[in-house]
Design a protein. Structure first.
Length: 224
């Protein structure tokens, strides 16, 4: 009784792709969990965009950059892919990977970002940059840093991920990654409409990775 499905596959992995073979309804997949599935897959460039965010801070002379928002043992999910991009940026710049600079944040909510930053500051680890894997946890972390007397960006530069509306109104405004959500939505709907018009299996599976951009704001302003 439906014409098509936009399906966010966060709970499935590549080994589960065969489960979708029996579905005759036109479908387009969203998210990072399934690659090379039986139908179209539209997602963002998690690794490449986080690599760009890390390179941006390294280019400003930041030397000890925290990967903020990691999930232990995750590889294919958003956190795992973003950590891979962070590590690739360090490697290409000849910066040693330091496990002490990997901050795990179990759920990507403000209070968990704040709690994780409390723990990081309590550990005594020194850092001058933060690549947050979501804007929401960056907001929680920034509040804790400011309460601790840390100046942003003079002492620590912070960049988030998602370009949510609130990033334009924080003090300071938050630099972030725009992952191309509008493009993802448009392409996914276009793909689905094509499948509805032509038949679920009439078009070979397509994979589309949206373009991203680094949005520079006050939280990463260059140091004098």
């Amino acid at each position: 009784m439906i014409d098509g499905i936009l399906y966010s596959v966060l709970g499935l992995g590549e080994d589960d792709a065969h489960l979708l073979d029996r579905i005759e309804t036109p479908m387009v997949l969203l998210g990072e969990r399934i690659f090379h599935g039986p139908t179209d897959h539209v997602t963002m460039r998690n690794s490449e965009s986080t690599k760009a965010a890390t390179e941006y801070l390294l280019g400003q002379g930041r030397k000890r950059i925290v990967a903020f928002g990691a999930h232990r043992g995750e590889v294919i999910g958003s956190a795992g892919l973003r950590l891979a991009g962070y590590r690739e940026a360090l490697s290409e710049r000849g910066v040693e990977y330091d496990e002490q600079l990997i901050s795990e944040v179990g759920g990507w909510y403000r209070f968990e970002g704040a709690q994780a930053m409390h723990e990081l500051l309590g550990s005594g680890v020194e850092f001058d940059g933060v690549v947050a894997f979501s804007d929401v946890i960056a907001l929680g972390a920034m509040r804790v840093m400011q309460e601790a007397g840390i100046r942003i960006p003079e002492d620590v530069a912070v960049i988030g991920f998602d370009d949510i509306d609130e990033t334009r109104y924080t003090l300071p405004t938050l630099s972030t990654i725009d992952p191309g959500r509008a493009e993802i939505a448009q392409v996914a709907v276009d793909f689905l409409q094509e499948r509805i018009a032509q038949g679920a299996r009439a078009i070979p599976p397509r994979e589309h990775l949206a373009q991203f951009s680094v949005v520079e704001r006050e939280s990463t302003a260059a140091r004098n």
